[in-house]
Every structure is written in C-alpha cells, then in structure tokens.
Design a protein around this ligand. Sequence first.
Ligand code: NAD
Length: 515
Amino acid sequence: MLFSEAKDVVSAAFALRETNPGVYGGSWSDGSDAQILECFSPINGAPLGRVTEAGAGDLAEVAGRSLSAAAAWAEVPAPKRGEIVAEIGRELAMWKNELGLLVSIEAGKTLSEGQGEVQEMIDLAGFAAGLSRQLYGLTIASERPHHRMYEQWHPLGAVAVITSFNFPCAVWSWNAFIAAVVGDAVIWKPSSRTPLTAIAVTRLVGRVMERHSLPPVFSLLVGGGGGVGNALLEDPRLSMVSFTGSVATGKKVAEVVSQRLGRTLLELGGNNGVIVSDKADLDMALKGVAFGALATAGQRCTSTRRLLLHENVYSGLLERLVRAYQHVRVGDPLLAETLVGPLIDEGAVETYLEAVRRAVDQGGRLVCGGTRASVPGCEGGHYVLPAIIEADPAMDIVREETFGPLLYVLRYRDLQEACALHNAVPQGLSSALFTRDLREEEYFLSHRGSDCGLANINTSTAGAEIGGAFGGEKDTGGGRESGSDAWKAYARRQTVSINHGADLPLAQGVRFEIA
Ligand code: NAD
C-alpha cells in the first residue's frame, strides 16, 4: 500500500485533522498550555499531523471528572462493565484494518504487526469481559467461633496509564480493559511519539461510552513526560500509576509516586536471552531467534538481544542466522514482503549506531549489519541493517538494552553456565531455551534456571499471549499486566471478619475483660 493512501484512509476513518485536540475527558478539548506536538512518520519522515498538548490545568480538570466517573462506574455491576468492554472490543474489530494501518504509519510496524496489535486489544476485551464474572475473593477459615472471614476486591478509583511508543495501543488495553472491569476510571498518557493512535482509539472507545450515556471512564491526556506526565505522577487523586517504558524513566516514576505512597505497576525494559542447546531442533531455533531479534525492528520489550549458543552448534547456527539476515527485507513496512521496518526516529538510529560502535570498541566482532540502510522511496525514514555481534560476557554493553535490531552472540559449554550467563544482566523480562531434552527443560524452568518473568521453551522471547500475566523481575520492575490474576493490581483488597455469635472472642486467645 502507498503511504499517501494509508494516510488518507486513517485520517478519514478517525476524523484526524491537521491539528487535533489532545485532551479527552468526556469531550474533546485543546490542551490549555497551547503547546503543539508535531507528529512524523518513521517510514519516511512525512508529517502526520499535530496535536495540542495537555498541561497541568487539563490534568486538574480531567482527574476531577475521572474521579466522579469512577464513582458512578463502580455502581455498575462488574458483569455489566464487562459487557461494555466487550462492545468496545467489537467496535475495535470493526475498525481493525484502519487502526492497524495507523499503528503502521505512526510507529513503523509492518502491516501484519499493526493488525496484530489491534487484534491484541480485541482479544484483551474478550478476556476482560470474561474476567468481569470472575473477580473472585477467597473465604478464609476463622479461628474464632461464629466468625466468618473472606476477602473482597474494590476498585481503586482513578488510575493513570502511561505507555511507551512501541506498543502505541495494545499496552493501554492490557491495563485499561482490566482496570475498567474491576471498576476503575483510567487516564491515559500515551507516548508523545505515537499520540494519533491514542486519539483514534479514544474516539472509538468514546463512541461506545457515549452510546450508553456512560461517564468518561477512559480519558486521554497527550503530552510530554516532563509536563503532564510528571504531573500525573504527583497527583494524589490517582491511586495507581501503571507505567510502561524504559528502566531510567521507570526509576523516576517509582521515586515520585512512592513519595506520596501511591501504587505503581512498572513494566520496564528487557534484555532477553535465548539459549540454544546442542539438543535443540535447530530449524525451529533459527526461526524463533530471527523472529525475536528482528520483529518490530528489535523494538519490543521482549526482543531477543542475547543469543547463547552451545559450543557444538555455535558456528553452524551462527552461519545460518547470518544467511537468514541477508535475506530479510528491511524497508517500507507498508509493503507485504517487508519484515523489518524503521526505527522510531533519528535519535533511535543514533543510539543504535553508537551501541554498535561501543560493542566493537569493547572487543565484539560485528558479523553483519550495524549500519544505516537506505530505502528507496522512504528517504526521510529511519532504517538500519540488523546487526549480529559476537560478544564476550565481560562486555558492559551486553548488559544494556539497546532498542533496535542488535543481537549479541555468546558461547557456552553446559546449561548451568548458560543460565548463569543468561541471568547476569540487570533486566529480567523474557527468556527462552530451545532444547528437546527434558532434563534441560526442567533445569531452565527450576529456581536455578531463568530468573525472568517469562520463560519459554522452544518458542521465542517475543510474542506473548494475553492470557498470561505479563511482566518481569529485577530492573524490569516486577509489575504484571494483562492475564491470569494481574487484575488484582487494579483493585484494593479488603479482608472482612464478621462475628455472627453472641460473644466477642478475640484472636490468638487474647483476654480483655472489662467490668
Ligand atoms: P520512555 O521511558 O522514553 O517513555 C515511556 C513513557 O514515559 C512515555 O509516555 C513518555 O512520555 C513517558 N515519560 C517520560 N518521562 C516521564 C516522566 N518524567 N514522568 C512521566 N512520564 C514520563 O520509553 P519508550 O522509549 O517510549 O519505550 C521503550 C521502552 O519501554 C523500552 O525500554 C522497552 O523495553 C520498554 N517497554 C517495556 C514493556 C514491558 O512490558 N516491560 C513494554 C513495552 C515497552
């Protein structure tokens, strides 16, 4: 598809204009600070539109409305909230093609990945709707006679969701749909690099809410991290801040929110390793590694950045991987045959090239790629050739997350050594082992194996399903979003004790007699 065609399709579908209001709290308005955000496509640098940024004044207004919305929304029975979220899923499904295209032109994802991102939201809506009938609490055996104990989960009220550029809408849905069925209202601050997708999603969601005359449960504030982003962190009305982004920003978020004893849910950077054993299905491993390292041009939190190869398969698999890289098409993500699109902006290209230089300076051997790529017809775009670097675990840079298609290859002799190498980085998001050996698989999954939030056997570090709790350990922040019982992060737990007897027995047999 041609870029100009795609731009016309999305502009018409979502009523995007040259300048768009960046504040939604039941109605759209321009940001009060009159700051303008210019949006460009990473595909070719073409302008996509402008957005008026929200300021602190807008937050004051929207947070107030969100709190009232949360109070009204909490009165709606959870399964009814689930029905609304299911309807939002159907609305998104009706606009899947257009929204997927917008993700592609704004974030530079391939057509298939853009559509996949919207599908993830649709799946999440279905999951959340089912969950709305399963917000279970435990009953607990009481030690006191004629007492009953149980726990129940109440909504938190208004929560903030701050998202990264690389999943311009799916990450919001992991949080927002779950928080909504629990009974919270959500204020979304998307990345300033992908605000148009957020505006389009909020328009679709707003339509459903307005159709049912519901209050603004889903609000939007487009603005920079230092401005409205920081103000969100400081606002005591927002009981929880769910933050997805880099480790460096996440640390600031944790510090500011914890100062006011607010809750955080942190989904930060990864530095994900794949171990390929000499007992692996090597064809499968090759595909899994290539997908993990190259999809979304290496700009996934779960991208494969480190490849640990058993010494018996090291040369053979590395050679095959290099050949595969040479056949991968880097270019315009709107063309069906493209597998690797652009990086998000010029800054990302510079960071990538600098990381390659540093890796070589530290003793790494650049096997392929690692340079800019020129793509005819996309001259203003931000393309690089994916790099493979033979590395040494002592190299500092191997411990860092570089957000681009950069793969460090390391050699190991036995699985114990591989797991130690694998875990010797600050991040702990996703991990994988390719093997057909049951003992190896079990070792990797034991407490001695992977220290990550996600452990995969014979599949890629990237491409998680929504049904599992998603997130990681160590510098990745410890948060869990999306499936399983991750919903509990958006709720407050209340332990209830009811005495239905005629006496007042005390716990632990404590005696307290008053005359
Ligand atoms: P980033 O940290 O630059 O920005 C993330 C968000 O934080 C943006 O919305 C930004 O505007 C906002 N922000 C920046 N400064 C802020 C401040 N002081 N206060 C409040 N908000 C502020 O990250 P990015 O470049 O957009 O995204 C890439 C990073 O996100 C990578 O490290 C990637 O691994 C990580 N990520 C993690 C997950 C996960 O689930 N673990 C998922 C996706 C991305």
